[in-house]
Design a protein around this ligand. Structure first.
Ligand code: NAD
Length: 351
């Protein structure tokens, strides 16, 4: 066994109902005196609750998915104007992403309080969008110094959004099994992530206030993001990145639709990963486990339903092929990717 694995420096607090105390402790550890809170308008009340008692100098609610450059610029100006010494993000991947954009330019530390299962808080990956082109990069300066996980903060996330976001986390796990820097540590985290997400998501759908389900999914989402941060992007993320950029499709839902198709494409060529994923799903095959979970939870099935035009299929396939797909277990051809994207567009069974 030979591998090189980077572990990212970050403290993780996980305690349901204790976000306010955990956050206060992290801000105190950093010695911060001037807190800039980043939280979208919809998460304002949640953010007010968990940041109560902190030395807040500014509350910034100008949050937009995929972090347009002008939105990042406005947040940067605010951070400078208020002389912030720490960024506290309360929200999903879009909110964490905006804090990362500010940290990228300023070096300010971030304490992240996630309210979805996107997992951005556990990666050093940033993203900025200019026009319809999203650029991503990796820089340890954007990695939040600490994460404060509180499953109670996700009670308000509707079942449908919880499922899509949970599938985004499953995508991190599945892609980590064959991404360019996959290693045994990433794979162990990813497999345990699938087990936790498989166990928790049906409980959340049955009762969005079910604590056990929420905790399992949040825990699984964290593991998935740590695995992904180390393993890098594989074929699945490459495909979703292209789709998101070209058609501004909703992030988590796009992952939910595409993932079974990428898994079905790679599974016959990825024996060891396939068997481990199947075991984590508790199913005969990994594809059956994932597709079965999708059907059980009513996750989105087609890119058509998400608003992608049919005539875009060819352009997506070509753009996927234009990127590096090193290490994918199955050789990728333009015809194969075209068929994969067409199947995902139609909502066909993964094959
Ligand atoms: P999001 O942050 O846009 O949130 C989706 C919706 O959920 C929003 O309307 C938000 O207001 C709402 N919401 C959030 N928390 C809620 C709660 N607890 N209760 C009720 N509503 C709530 O979506 P997302 O899927 O979390 O993140 C997507 C973004 O994150 C994309 O831009 C994606 O590229 C990025 N992302 C980045 C990484 C990374 O490693 N850099 C990883 C995953 C996702």
């Amino acid at each position: 066994m030979r591998f090189v694995h980077d572990t990212l420096p970050q403290r993780v607090r996980f305690a349901t109902g204790a976000a306010q105390q955990g956050l206060a402790a992290e801000v105190a550890t950093l010695g911060a005196q001037r807190v800039m809170v980043i939280a979208g308008a919809a998460e304002r009340e949640l953010a007010d609750r968990v940041t109560a008692g902190l030395p807040v100098v500014h509350r910034h609610d100008d949050v937009v998915m995929h972090v347009p450059v002008e939105v990042a610029e406005r947040a940067l100006v605010a951070a400078a104007a208020w002389d912030a010494d720490v960024l506290v993000s309360v929200g999903g991947g879009s909110t964490t992403g905006l804090a990362k954009a500010v940290a990228l330019s300023t070096g300010l530390p971030i304490v992240a309080v996630p309210t979805t299962y996107a997992g951005s808080e556990a990666t050093a990956v940033w993203g900025l969008t200019e026009g319809s082109v999203k650029t991503t990069g990796t820089d340890v300066r954007v990695l939040p110094r600490a994460i404060v996980y509180d499953a109670a903060l996700t009670f308000g996330l509707p079942a449908e959004l919880s499922v899509a976001s949970g599938f985004n986390a499953l995508a991190h796990c599945v892609d980590s099994m064959w991404a360019p820097r996959t290693d045994p540590i990433n794979q162990a985290l990813a497999v345990e992530g699938v087990r936790a997400l498989r166990a928790g998501l049906p409980l959340v759908v049955k009762d969005p206030n079910a604590l056990e389900g929420r905790e399992q999914v949040l825990y699984g989402a964290y593991l998935s993001a740590v695995a992904f941060a180390s393993a890098g992007s594989g074929l699945h993320h490459r495909t979703c990145h292209v789709l998101g950029g070209m058609f501004n499709l909703p992030h988590a839902q796009t992952h939910a639709v595409v993932l079974p198709h990428v898994l079905a494409f790679n599974a016959p060529f990825a024996g060891g990963a396939e068997r481990r994923l199947a075991a984590a799903f508790g199913s005969r095959t990994a594809v059956e486990g994932l597709a079965g979970l999708r059907d059980e939870l009513g996750a989105p099935r087609s890119l058509r339903d998400l608003g992608m035009p049919q005539e875009g299929v060819g352009a997506v396939a070509e753009a996927v092929m234009a990127g590096a797909l090193a290490g994918n277990p199955r050789p990728v051809t333009l015809d194969a990717i075209t068929e994969l994207v067409r199947n995902a567009w139609e909502g066909a069974e993964p094959r």
